[in-house]
Structures are given as structure tokens and as C-alpha cells.
Write a protein that binds this ligand. Structure first.
Ligand SMILES: Cc1cc2nc3c(=O)[nH]c(=O)nc-3n(C[C@H](O)[C@H](O)[C@H](O)COP(=O)(O)OP(=O)(O)OC[C@H]3O[C@@H](n4cnc5c(N)ncnc54)[C@H](O)[C@@H]3O)c2cc1C
Length: 495
């Protein structure tokens, strides 16, 4: 049996038959769409305005799934260089246009698509260099997960890259970033941003690091999808490459959820090393027919990835799980499977999925210290999900601590995300309603939210709740300092 169908997210039909980068690059290729001849002094990239024939085609390609928000920028500006970004920012400022920044368009709420103004796309800027001596990756924003992973690995290094190969590195890290082997990075990739180049609203390039513009450095480390500037380069700390990766998977009937979460809690709190990535996932059993009654079809999938320095070490890291009793409760289990990093992408986040499964998509979440209670309370609602692609994912053992030099401030042990995923537009309302009803069930256990996967459309305050009150107030002060006229769009649904 393949556990491909358990992966956290599934990728668009059209991407399935292409390589990830090839697919994205095809959509961006300057030759693929006629550039509109609109003067932005010094700008060399391509420009498409609302009145252009290919506007809607390009707008739809700005979002990675099919439920593209009905929001329409006046102009979409595709930068190829840092100089293009500076030219575009100055032009927008001089012409009273608001800017939304777009990278690889994976943000589920589509925060880069706004009504009016300029969408500034930096996703084609995707060069990467590895500074082996200082263990740094120097990345342009559009570098994809798989690109960073491969470049770092070629020097015996690694980064907690996104679990899906196509996700772009700037949106991921700026919003937080739960990547592969998160335990080696205090839970979130934003804490590995060593420095950034940022174009601010005045068109100036500012370097942000602990020593230069430390307030901008603080803001870029977690500011996410409402940041008041354009990041054109990131310096990312790299870590030793784990030499042996192994994974174990358990499929457990959903009526044994409480026993499963009790064991999971104990493992995470008492036995598991930080090099083990541990997930509980409520999902539809992929090996039975889709029309099987919900009470028989829903399962809890437990998966653990160990990132050790030798096979022996990696298997030892998984031993507490093998001995935990999860195996005895399982209807199916796979233990101690060896993987390369690419192998993990292929098995858990492969592009080779049934066509259209990822057609329409919405996500909402809580950060919590009580994952067992959240999953218990969500279970009945999960059974009634209108689509069998829906799932609930608990990423455990994040143990996120406060950092004085980062605005990321949802401090909790666990991320719980509810994913509504469905195929057809006619089912939009039912699926959105299902997701909206997850909120009051999980919110009593909330210690914060994760900005990269939040759904603010049924409650705008959900985006604010991604930050502590202090962090939000400081972000607002810095926005006033660096973007006094509000050139950059605020977080979605904020004024
Ligand atoms: C298939 C899939 C897999 C995913 N896997 C993971 C995962 O494993 N772990 C995880 O934590 N998250 C994951 N995510 C969520 C992902 O981290 C967020 O969706 C993230 O926002 C995507 O980044 P992006 O560069 O595509 O952003 P976009 O959608 O292009 O942009 C989102 C917003 O980020 C801001 N932004 C992005 N780049 C810049 C920049 N250079 N300068 C200024 N602002 C910028 C802008 O405000 C923009 O509106 C996944 C999402 C998908 C769809």
C-alpha cells in the first residue's frame, strides 16, 4: 500500500506530469505571455495589465490551487532582478498604486492577490549560492524547497525546507516555516534567517541583520503575508546534513483516536529526540473505496521521521515509537523505512497524485499545547467532512520558544491545521462551511496561530492572533516607520 494519499497536501493536476520547477517556470516564462509595453523607468521584466488579453490566464497562474480568490490587481509586474523590484516600487509609489508582493503563490488565502494596484511578482528571481565556510544559503526569494535542499546537500549541509518541493522560500521562511527536520531549528525556519535584503517603500535597499537595521531583521523573521517591504535576498543558516533518514507509519482506526493521542503525547513529551519529526493526521483511509461510510473510512495516520547520522542512530531514534503500542493498534503499519530527502518528497508529497485531487483548497489552524484535546473535539466534525480529501494535521513537538530578535510569537508545542480539499466549484460552499465550523471547535485550545496557513475570511482577527499583542503593536510601529503612506498592502482583511 502506498501512503502517498496521506501526504499533507496534494499538488495540482497540471503539475503532476511535469517537474515541479518546470511547471512553475513555464507559467512565468517571459515568452509565454506577451509583455505589455507599459513604461516603468528602468524595469526590464514583464508587465500585464487588466485590459490585456492574457490577464486572466496569468492571474489564475498566480495561485497554486484552483479556488483562486476573486481579487483583481490593476497590473501584474514580473521582476527578473533586484533593479526591477526597485524600479517597480518607486513607480508604484509615484503613481499612488498599492503593492502586493507575490512569490510562488502557495499561500492558501492567496494573500498576494488584492483588488487594484500592483501585484509585484518576485518568484522568477530564484538564484542560490551556498557559502560552505559560513554554512549559509544565499537565496533569491523564488528559490523552491527542492532547489535549496539539493544545493545545500551538495555541500553536506541541510535546511528545514518545506515538505512540498515547489514551495518558495521567502513566503515560507518569512511566515514561520515548519520544514523537514524542524526539531533541528527550534520548530520554525524563520529563526534561521541570518540576514535579508529588503526594498522598503522609499525604494531603498536595506540590509537587515542583527547589526544592521535590527528592527527590520526582527520583523522579517515571522512577519509573513503582510510584511511592509520586498525581500530580494535571504541569508539562511544551514545545518549538518543528516546522513540517515528513516520513517515509520501507522494506520489506526479513528475510534481509537484517544488511545493514539495519549501515546503520542507521552512519546513527544517523554521519549522522542528532537531529531524525530512526529505527526498525527486524521484522514480518509486511502485503500478503501471513496464511498465507504465515514465511520469505517476515517483513520488516524501516525508518522515519524528520524534524521540521524547513521542508520543505527536513526533506527534507535524510532525505537520508542516501535515499542509504544501504536503498532498493535494499527490496521496497517510500515516501520523503519529508509529514505533520502527526495524520497520523502516522493512518498509523502509526491507530484504523482491522481489528477485534480488538489483542485480546491482552504486551511485554518491553531497553535496549541493540547493537541490530544483538539483532535478529540474535532473528530466527529472531521467524520462529517463533505470531501474525503479533507484532513486534520497535528505537527507535534515543535516546542517553539520566544526569540527577542524575531516577531514570530505563536509559542506552542503543536500546530493543528484543518484542511478542506475538494474537486468541484459546486462544492465550494459546503467545504468552506465545514472549515468555518472547525474554528470554534479548535479555538478554545489556541495559544496562537500560524500565519502561513490561516483563514481570515470568516474572522479577520485570526491573522492578528498569529502574533502576540506586543509583537503586533511593534509590527504596526515599524510599518508606520518604514511604510508611512501604506504603499504595501496590510495583512488580508486589515485596513
Ligand atoms: C503544497 C504546499 C505545501 C506546503 N508545505 C508547507 C510546509 O511544509 N511547511 C510550512 O510551514 N508551510 C507549508 N506551506 C505553506 C507555505 O509556507 C505558505 O503558503 C507560504 O506563504 C508560501 O510561500 P510563497 O513564497 O509561495 O508565498 P506567496 O503565496 O507567493 O506569497 C504569500 C505572501 O507572502 C509575502 N511574501 C512572499 N514572498 C515575499 C517577499 N519576497 N517579499 C515580501 N513579501 C513576501 C507576501 O505578503 C505574500 O502576499 C505549504 C503550502 C502549500 C500550498
Amino acid at each position: 500500500m502506498s501512503s502517498i494519499n496521506y501526504k499533507r497536501r496534494k499538488v495540482l493536476k497540471q503539475f503532476a506530469s511535469m517537474t515541479a520547477l518546470g511547471a512553475v517556470n513555464m507559467l512565468r516564462s517571459p515568452g509565454a505571455f506577451a509583455a505589455r509595453n507599459q513604461a516603468i523607468p528602468g524595469f526590464q521584466g514583464s508587465i500585464i495589465a487588466k485590459q490585456d488579453a492574457n490577464y486572466e490566464e496569468r492571474r489564475l497562474s498566480m495561485h497554486w490551487h484552483h479556488s483562486v480568490p476573486k481579487r483583481y490587481p490593476d497590473v501584474m509586474v514580473h521582476a527578473e532582478t533586484e533593479a526591477d523590484v526597485i524600479a517597480a516600487v518607486k513607480h508604484a509609489a509615484n503613481n499612488g498604486q498599492k503593492i502586493s508582493v507575490h512569490n510562488t503563490g502557495h499561500n492558501a488565502m492567496g494573500s498576494s492577490l488584492r483588488n487594484g494596484g500592483m501585484l509585484l511578482d518576485v518568484g522568477s528571481m530564484a538564484n542560490i549560492e551556498i557559502d560552505e565556510t559560513n554554512k549559509l544559503a544565499i537565496c533569491q526569494p523564488g528559490v523552491r524547497s527542492i532547489q535549496l535542499m539539493a544545493a545545500a546537500r551538495s555541500k553536506g549541509l541541510s535546511f528545514p525546507t518545506p515538505h512540498c518541493p515547489t514551495v518558495g522560500i521567502s513566503g515560507f521562511t518569512m511566515g514561520g516555516g515548519q520544514g523537514w527536520n524542524w526539531g533541528n531549528n527550534e520548530g520554525m525556519a524563520c529563526f534561521s534567517i541570518a540576514a535579508a535584503d529588503i526594498i522598503t517603500a522609499d525604494g531603498q535597499l536595506r540590509h537587515a541583520s542583527p547589526d544592521e537595521n535590527p528592527d527590520l531583521y526582527w520583523a522579517v523573521r515571522g512577519g509573513g503575508p503582510g510584511f511592509f517591504g520586498v525581500v530580494t535576498k535571504l541569508w539562511l543558516n544551514l545545518y549538518p546534513l543528516p546522513k540517515a533518514i528513516h520513517a515509520s507509519n501507522y494506520i489506526i482506526p479513528l475510534d481509537r483516536l484517544d488511545e493514539t493521542t495519549a501515546i503520542s503525547d507521552k512519546l513527544v513529551n517523554q521519549s522522542l529526540d528532537k531529531r524525530v519529526e512526529f505527526i498525527n493526521l486524521l484522514a480518509h483511509n486511502p485503500v478503501i473505496p471513496a464511498d465507504t461510510p465515514a465511520e469505517q473510512a476515517k483513520i488516524c495516520f501516525v508518522t515519524a521521521f528520524a534524521f540521524g547520522d547513521s542508520e543505527k542512530e536513526s533506527l534507535e531514534l524510532l525505537e520508542p515509537i516501535t515499542a509504544s503500542g501504536l503498532g498493535e493498534m494499527s490496521v496497517h503499519k510500515e516501520e523503519n523505512l529508509p529514505f533520502s530527502y527526495e524520497g520523502l518528497y516522493n512518498k509523502y508529497f509526491s507530484l504523482q497524485v491522481p489528477a485534480g485531487m488538489m483542485a480546491r483548497y482552504k486551511v485554518d489552524n491553531v497553535m496549541t499545547n493540547e493537541p490530544a484535546k483538539v483532535l478529540h473535539d474535532l473528530a466527529d466534525h472531521f467524520r462529517k467532512a463533505p470531501s474525503h480529501h479533507a484532513h486534520v494535521l497535528a505537527a507535534m513537538g515543535l516546542n517553539i520558544k520566544h526569540h527577542d530578535d524575531a516577531c514570530f510569537s505563536s509559542l506552542a508545542t503543536t500546530y493543528v491545521g484543518c484542511y478542506a480539499i475538494w474537486d468541484h466549484e459546486k462544492d465550494d460552499d459546503a467545504n468552506f462551511e465545514w472549515l468555518s465550523k472547525c474554528a470554534p471547535i479548535m479555538d478554545p485550545y489556541m495559544k496562537g496561530r500560524y500565519a502561513n496557513e490561516v483563514e481570515p475570511r470568516f474572522d479577520p482577527s485570526r491573522l492578528r492572533q498569529c502574533f502576540s499583542e506586543e509583537a503586533w503593536a511593534r509590527l504596526e510601529q515599524l510599518r508606520t516607520k518604514y511604510d508611512p503612506k501604506g504603499l504595501f498592502h496590510h495583512y488580508l482583511n486589515e485596513a
